[in-house]
Design a binder for this molecule. Structure first.
Ligand SMILES: NC(=O)c1ccc[n+]([C@@H]2O[C@H](COP(=O)([O-])OP(=O)(O)OC[C@H]3O[C@@H](n4cnc5c(N)ncnc54)[C@H](OP(=O)(O)O)[C@@H]3O)[C@@H](O)[C@H]2O)c1
Length: 246
């Protein structure tokens, strides 16, 4: 009996680079049968390595360079992806940046860049996606458990950006639901990626589960929300953090 592929023939765009949670999301969506176009900003070699890995495994993937801080470039990349894929069924807004600093040291440039990448980019990606998605479409925003609870000092601007993303997710679910499209957020807790490198000992003591997530765990939740069993989940923000904010 051949394997059941819940996302077979689905066409997905994932924003972000080729590392961390996003790479795990791309791998998972491709493994479940989707054709995936993903964006990257600064890591072309990692992007190409990921594309090659997925093609070698029998999947379909393609990478496009687009800085999420530039809404016009991001929207143009989504249009190119739609042309290449022949349509769009799944958008995952994953690209994110974390500047960890106390208020005394936080620059205005870092404030603006955090909001540009973590909030403005998902909004304009969803605006572009809305022009191409039909009923059955799925949008998943990668927020954070800092939208639930401010766990550490120095994450005020990151926290406000992720709270805004979760709030925007709920609001846009009302706009997309009548069109048969779902908009949900996942709120991961600490996950082992470059973003959390060097912070492991500090973080693990705050997680009741006693460990950080593997990137495959939030990726599995994204795939579930993109799949046929999640058709009535809309406007939800699902926390996946080993009870850290429970
Ligand atoms: N790791 C965690 O503990 C954790 C927890 C909760 C939520 N999150 C969220 O999960 C998402 C992924 O985080 P991660 O841990 O996988 O981070 P990561 O390992 O630092 O990777 C971040 C990704 O975002 C991309 N990116 C950054 N700036 C970009 C830009 N301006 N334009 C396009 N892509 C850009 C990077 O691509 P390039 O290398 O090509 O620049 C990279 O692939 C983020 O939204 C983050 O806030 C992470």
């Amino acid at each position: 009996m051949s394997a059941y592929l819940p996302l077979l023939n689905k066409r997905a765009v994932v924003t972000g680079g080729s590392r961390g949670i996003r790479a795990a999301i791309v791998r998972r969506l491709a493994a479940e049968g989707a054709s995936v176009v993903f964006t990257y900003s600064a890591s072309p070699d990692a992007a190409m390595t990921l594309v090659q890995e997925i093609i070698t495994a029998g999947g379909r993937a393609f990478a496009l360079q687009a800085d999420s801080a530039d809404p016009a470039a991001l929207q143009a990349a989504i249009r190119r992806a739609v042309e290449r894929l022949g349509g769009l069924d799944i958008l995952v807004n994953n690209a994110g940046t974390l500047v960890h600093a106390l208020i005394d040291d936080f620059s205005q440039a870092d404030f603006d860049r955090t909001l540009a990448i973590n909030v403005r980019a998902p909004f304009f990606a969803m605006q572009e996606a809305a022009r191409h998605m039909k009923a059955g479409g799925r949008i998943i925003n990668v927020s954070s458990n800092v939208a639930v609870s401010a766990a550490v000092p120095g994450a005020s601007v990151y926290g406000l950006s992720k709270s805004a993303l979760t709030a925007m997710t709920r609001a846009l679910a009302h706009e997309f639901a009548p069109r048969g499209i779902t908009v949900n957020a996942i709120q991961p807790g600490p996950t082992s990626t470059d973003m959390t490198a060097g912070m492991e000992d500090y973080i693990i003591g705050r997680v009741p589960a006693g460990r950080m997530a593997d990137a495959s765990e939030p990726a599995a939740l994204v795939a579930y929300l993109a799949g046929p069993d999640a058709s009535f989940i809309n406007g939800a923000a699902i926390t996946i953090d080993g009870a850290m904010t429970a």
